[in-house]
Design a protein around this ligand. Sequence first.
Ligand code: CAA
Length: 258
Amino acid sequence: MAEYTSILVERNQRVGIVTLNRPKELNALNFQLVSELADALEEFDRDEAIGCIILTGAGEKAFAAGADIKEMADKSPVDMMLGGFDSWARIRKIHKPLIAAVNGYALGGGCELAMHCDLIIATENARFGQPEILIGVIPGAGGTQRLARTLGKYRTMEIVLTGSPISAKELESLGLVNHVVPQGELLNEALKLAHKIASQAPIATRLAKESVLAAFETSLEEGLAIELKNFFLLFSTEDMREGMRAFIEKRQANFQGK
Ligand code: CAA
């Protein structure tokens, strides 16, 4: 693993864990951190020993309180464009399932980072929101789009136009948070889910993620075609033979990622 200054990286069996590690700044996402995050996620993505990745924030208070306002305050549009915003596109392209384990604030870019993940687990005290409007901008890492696609127009408008925070419980009821858990249980619960996902056939997992994401980026017709091609493709894998044979022989499948 490379040397990082703004994140911590560890492994728990087949699960990679990346912790945003600027707790004094509530894990505010400066360009350095987001670039390191993309590097670490890509490194785990290439690693066959890893099947699922958890993303969380250091400290009690925050997953991430947004892009680093102090870093951005004097920037020009060109500074912003050249500053490293493409790290977000790299995060979007990670093939392995990402689980956001959200403690405390997930605001602005922090909320958007959680929404880059494929599942979101949050503590009871977690607060999500897109407060950019309060500092004279709008979300820039997908917030308007991902919220609207999940919550619909009206709730999204309220969140984006008022900047008011929204609780994990409400987002659970609206389908944006998978599970709300007690504060001390966050990592354990995230790990349980991650281990379960990491124990499945890796190629099927990758194509399952790709197929679900196609629902957000294509028409129904195209999405169905992508799903079907991926379904057919899996019939070329050894893991598919093993999975079906194991079912018939009433034993646990032993997947090899081939
Ligand atoms: N950027 C830079 N520093 C931040 C930060 C941010 N987004 N959020 C918090 N911090 C810093 C604070 O400046 C403070 O530092 P100092 O001790 O040096 O003053 C430290 O973290 C602790 O924060 P607070 O004292 O403010 O803590 P609090 O408990 O009183 O309030 C909070 C917590 C409500 C989250 C508040 O910190 C806050 O409103 N933060 C900003 C949230 C925000 O506007 N996020 C959106 C950023 S823009 C964006 O994300 C664009 C995009 O779409 C990519």
